[in-house]
Design a protein around this ligand. Structure first.
Ligand code: GLU
Length: 494
């Protein structure tokens, strides 16, 4: 296949919000398309009406947009093979199912769900391996069929899987894979409500949308022999297959919610950068070499190859993701970081803080915390004191390390005078003024600075004191110092 003919698709079913595993599939397809100058198609496989989840399509598209996985054909933009929602292509599938009945590759099955359930129970009782179907209707005559139809039974259409022989296909990651046909059941292609099953719709669309490579999670591997047989029944050439390795949690069990694998957009809400998720997901089952962790979008497009997709399961390590997010945060220019953190501040700061926030001020605030933060959410979480007018904190915090109320009041009153009179309210001046104050009042600098930290921030741990004070500003620092003096003068219970 010439490289320009690559057409790959991401074909999610809107049965839930997309998670890490789903989007890793989308990303690998996108990378492969962009690397090879091909097309990335999004197709929504929404034929299972009973499992449809409200809002899932929007979440899927929003997840792709958030990561910058633009699609060349699909929802919202259309393309040469519209529509891209399977629920709008039902006639096509019905026609193809009928075609297979006509040419003897499929048949109508009239079995009720009760009969099927009973059949399975009996199989289990006989200790046979339980099959989904015993082929009861495979050879019904036309006469028998019209009798059943006359009773008002609406049949399904099942595929006539060859009874013996083997089906082999080549997987670009795993090599040749062979299944015994005897292990495959006569799967349903068209349900009695006229909706296709996943298998029929999926291969009809892959064929009619001229998909060149099917890259999907390896949980679909056992469906592939069925698909290959269906292609043969239609006389079509199957696409090339690449089944992506499973993603495991750090405890080596299949990745699940308890490993932090929630909906992809939860990572956005928790303050992960999209370029980090992009980088991190690309390495879940693919690698550039044995050592590269941090690799940007353009390099990924440049170097992505099917050859370097691993056969073995990938391990999702949230610690590594956190580390990577912190690493990317540290690389950002503070102004840019502030812009990106701004929506998190707007959302998370206490409601009494006036909006809209000043991005220049936010930039000063984030600069003080850039070294340590692992997510964008941590900035507003640790920063309310930069924005509030009045602080609340337990009075005990003022009396740490043997500090008496009287001493603290004395120190803070003297501090207020200095803060009021210092010419420039900047780091250097604040440091020199406060150091000399400590000396003059015969108190350890650590004690004075610790006290001031509580007064200015309401907490015992905060970014460096003088930098913080310079950002909070003279007026608010003074107000806080005076409020503390007042508090220390009030009755001891307050
Ligand atoms: N609709 C299937 C899914 O949700 C697509 C599987 C495939 O790519 O063939 O994963």
């Amino acid at each position: 296949m010439s490289i320009g003919n690559v057409r790959v698709r991401y074909a999610p079913s809107p049965t839930g919000y997309p998670h890490i595993g789903n989007i890793r599939t989308a990303l690998f397809n996108w990378l492969f398309a962009r690397h090879s100058g091909g097309k990335f198609i999004v197709r929504i496989e929404d034929t299972d009406q009973s499992r449809k989840v409200e809002g899932a399509v929007e979440q899927i598209l929003e997840s792709l947009r958030w990561l910058g996985l633009d699609w060349d054909e699909g929802p919202e933009i259309g393309g040469a093979f519209v529509p891209y929602f399977q629920s709008e292509r039902l006639d096509l599938y019905r026609g193809y199912a009928e075609q297979l009945v006509q040419n003897g590759h499929a048949y109508r099955c009239y079995c009720s769900s009760e009969r099927l359930a009973q059949m399975r129970t009996e199989m289990a009782e006989r200790k046979e391996s339980v099959r989904t179907y015993d082929r009861h209707c495979r050879d019904l005559s036309a006469g028998e069929q019209s009798k059943l139809r006359a009773q008002g039974i609406v049949p399904v259409i099942r595929f006539k899987v060859p009874l013996d022989g083997q089906t082999t296909f080549h997987d670009l990651i795993r090599g040749d894979i062979t299944f015994d046909n005897a292990e495959l059941d006569d799967l349903v292609l068209l349900k009695s409500d006229g909706y296709p099953t996943y298998h029929l719709a999926n291969i009809v669309d892959d064929h009619s949308m001229e998909i060149s490579h099917v890259m999907r999670a390896d949980e679909w591997l056992s469906s592939t022999p069925r698909h290959v047989l269906l292609y043969a029944a239609f006389g079509w050439t199957p696409p090339l297959y690449a089944h992506l390795p499973m993603i495991l949690g750090p405890d080596k069990s299949k990745l699940s919610k308890r490993h932090g694998a929630t909906a992809l957009l939860d990572y956005r809400d928790e303050g992960y950068l999209p370029e980090v998720i992009f980088n991190f997901l690309a390495l879940l089952g693919w690698s550039l070499d044995d050592k590269t962790d941090v690799i940007g979008r353009e390099d990924l497009v440049k170097h992505f190859s099917l050859e370097r997709i691993s056969r073995t399961a990938a391990v999702f390590d949230i610690k590594k993701l956190q580390w990577m997010n912190g690493f990317y945060i540290r690389q950002l220019d503070p102004a840019r970081l502030a812009e990106r953190a701004l929506p998190y501040f707007e959302k998370q700061l206490p409601s009494e803080v006036k909006r809209p926030l000043d991005v220049g001020y936010v930039s000063q605030v984030v600069t003080l915390q850039q070294e340590r933060a692992k997510t964008l959410c941590e900035f507003p979480q640790n920063s309310a004191f930069f924005f509030m007018e009045d602080l609340e904190y337990p009075k005990d915090l003022l009396l740490k390390g043997g500090m008496t109320g009287e001493k603290a009041r004395e120190l803070l009153s003297a501090t207020a005078l200095r803060l009021d009179s210092v010419t420039a309210f900047d780091v250097t001046s604040l440091e020199s003024v406060l150091r000399s104050l400590a000396e003059q009042m015969s108190v350890k600098t650590g004690d004075l600075f610790g006290l001031l930290r509580v007064v200015v921030t309401g907490r015992t741990a905060a970014p460096p004191l003088f930098e913080t004070m310079a950002v909070v500003g003279r007026e608010r620092c003074l107000k806080r110092v005076r409020a503390a003096v007042q508090r220390l003068s009030d009755s001891p219970t307050r």
